[in-house]
Design a protein around this ligand. Structure first.
Ligand code: SF4
Ligand code: SF4
Length: 112
């Protein structure tokens, strides 16, 4: 019989141990990515977000936290429509960010 509460797995992130190589690569190719203020305009206008959870905002946060599996999962729903790029108040070329991350995973899959 279950009652009371149970402990959830810890969501703590050890910042010293996470892999930031992909985030750094993205910032090298699209330096404005560093200026994201997590305003959510990209998610609010995203064509795919309602049914898939696609969000550039979340993708950038997940990259900064080394959550690569989650990045790969949401990225697969992007249709590259470019609406997020048009509304970003920081002028981040979000399509370029998405394409950079996407190419990275394509290369990993191809063993390059
Ligand atoms: S719209 Fe631009 S600044 Fe706002 S969360 Fe998206 S990427 Fe970041
Ligand atoms: S380019 Fe992708 S992330 Fe941006 S609004 Fe379109 S579907 Fe959403």
């Amino acid at each position: 019989m279950e009652f009371g509460f149970k402990l959830s797995p810890s969501s703590a992130i050890e910042l010293d141990k996470i892999d930031l190589s992909l985030y750094e690569k993205v910032c090298e190719i699209e330096p404005t990515a560093k200026t994201c203020i997590s305003c959510g305009s990209c998610s609010a206008t995203c064509t795919a977000s309602e049914y898939s959870g696609m969000s550039v905002r979340k993708m950038l946060l997940d990259l900064q936290r080394g959550r690569h599996a989650e990045v790969e999962r949401i990225l697969s729903h992007c249709m590259l429509c470019g609406k997020c790029t048009m509304v970003c108040p920081r002028g981040i070329n979000t399509r370029r960010v998405i394409l950079t991350v996407s190419r990275y995973y394509d290369n990993v899959e191809a063993g390059l």
